[in-house]
Design a binder for this molecule. Structure first.
Ligand SMILES: Cc1cc2nc3c(=O)[nH]c(=O)nc-3n(C[C@H](O)[C@H](O)[C@H](O)COP(=O)(O)O)c2cc1C
Ligand code: SF4
Length: 425
């Protein structure tokens, strides 16, 4: 019989109280003395409301570079780890479990696309693809790539291992590898980026090495990994990770010792394929962010060009319910570890149909911005989420603004549900 959303799940000995998780989502908590406090403010409501697992959003394993947006948090030494120690403590106090997602942005780093950070170098798997070089030549990106030597790739794997050990030491229950959010790990996996001729020409080799480093330095900490298929790449990109390639990567990671997999269909670029939904017109028109957009993109005219590109991007990446379900199903048929599904999951009935078929647990991201206490309602009362997939929460983050729901209709719906005590447990 298929398990229900409320049934517990064990991931390599980590007991989850149910099968609903908060997917990784930028917390914009930064690295100041109160990074832990800001993170708790963002994550504690989900734990308090009963989420089975919380994934802290992408957290960078190096002291400089690698952030894909302003105000991202780093985890690379004892001091940065101790700042985060209160986070797992706060989640545990509320009966929850938390995994930190480890990442490096590579060519997606903010140094490439954000004027406020341009100049600094970016780690690259190979010479950047022609399309990025053309945008650089047109002044729309600021490429300054440093292609990693074989030894430097090994050092990077060791940094992931060290960050995992620090995370386990300060109380995180698990580690999540950011293999599919168009960052450096995906760039290694992707034939569009990876033109190497050393052992890492096989990009999955880097992820296997990271798993080995984590096992050596952090023992048997439960390990999750996102796995990409670049099925949403634009038509002019001929080489990408196919669905079959993605399934093969998933099989190799499971064989290497990854304890749970999160398959996602995405693109070769940092576009809206990861967050399918409407064009965020309200966010682009919001006067409070106009100066910030101009500063981020190098002037008002350039910001208008990015807005136009965002409109085209949104038209290509319209919302689809449970858009990763088929990829998850294919991976689940080939591996023995739990498979987690996220992306456009919005209703309790839809969730129950996915569990035991496409996946073993389901996650949501943007709906947690709209309803931070969403699990209480979904687990105990069912129904649908208030989030409208409009992406007005996303664009202002380029200015350093926090990720919060900015759509009055969704916020009104949350208010109505609060007044009806629907988030009480
Ligand atoms: C603002 C924002 C930030 C995100 N940050 C991350 C991240 O740090 N790591 C990651 O793997 N995915 C990230 N994602 C993707 C989500 O985890 C999730 O896969 C995606 O939003 C689809 O789920 P949803 O339809 O429930 O929002 C982010 C999504 C959004 C909207
Ligand atoms: S702004 Fe609110 S309703 Fe729109 S996608 Fe973000 S969380 Fe959902």
């Amino acid at each position: 019989m298929a398990p229900s959303l409320t049934a517990p799940l064990a991931v390599d000995g980590l007991e989850l109280r149910n099968r609903l998780y908060r997917a990784p989502l930028l917390e914009c908590a930064g690295n100041g003395p109160d990074a832990g406090g800001a993170m708790i403010e963002e994550l504690a409501p989900a734990a308090d409301a009963g989420a089975g697992l919380i994934f802290q959003g992408a957290t960078v394993v190096r002291p400089a570079g690698g952030c894909v947006a302003p105000n991202m948090t780093r985890l690379h030494d004892r001091e940065s780890a101790e700042r985060l120690r209160p986070v797992p403590e706060a989640i545990h106090k509320r009966g929850g479990r938390i995994a930190v997602q480890l990442d490096h942005g590579g060519l997606r780093s903010r140094e490439v696309w954000h004027r406020g950070y341009s100049g600094a170098e970016q780690l690259a798997v190979s010479r950047p693809p022609g399309a990025l070089r053309a945008l650089d030549a047109a002044g729309l990106l600021s490429l300054n790539p440093r292609v990693l030597s074989t030894g430097e790739v090994r050092d990077l794997a060791a940094d992931f291992g060290r960050a995992a050990a620090l995370a386990a030491d300060v109380g995180y229950d698990a580690v999540h590898l950011a293999g599919a959010n168009m960052g450096l790990l995906q760039q290694f996996l992707s034939p569009y980026y990876n033109r190497r001729d050393d052992e890492f020409a096989d990009g999955a080799r880097l992820l296997e090495l990271i798993v080995a480093e984590i096992r050596e330095r952090a023992g048997d900490v439960p390990l999750f990994a996102k796995v990409p298929a670049e099925t949403r790449r634009p038509p002019f990109v001929r080489r990408g990770i196919s669905l079959a390639d993605g399934v093969r990567v998933a099989e190799r990671l499971a064989a290497a010792g990854v304890d749970a997999l999160v398959p996602v269909e995405t693109s070769t670029f940092w576009d809206a394929s990861l967050i399918r939904g409407a064009f965020p017109a309200r966010a682009w028109r919001d006067d409070r962010f106009r100066e910030g957009y101009a500063a981020a993109f190098g002037g008002r005219l350039r910001a208008r060009l990015v807005e136009l590109a965002s409109r085209i991007d949104a038209a290509r990446n319209d919302f689809e319910p449970a858009w990763n379900a088929e990829f998850c199903r294919r991976v689940r048929q080939r591996v023995d570890v739990p498979v987690l599904c996220e992306g456009g999951i919005r209703e309790r009935d839809q969730i129950e149909a996915l569990l035991g078929d496409a996946c073993d647990a389901v996650g949501m991201a943007r709906p947690f911005y709209a309803e931070p206490r969403l699990p209480a309602r979904l687990l105990e009362r069912g129904g649908a989420v208030a989030c409208e997939n409009c992406n007005n929460c996303v664009v202002p983050q380029v200015t350093g603004a926090p990720g919060v729901c900015r759509t009055p209709e969704a916020l009104r719906e949350r208010g109505r549900r609060e007044r009806a005590d629907e988030y009480d447990r």
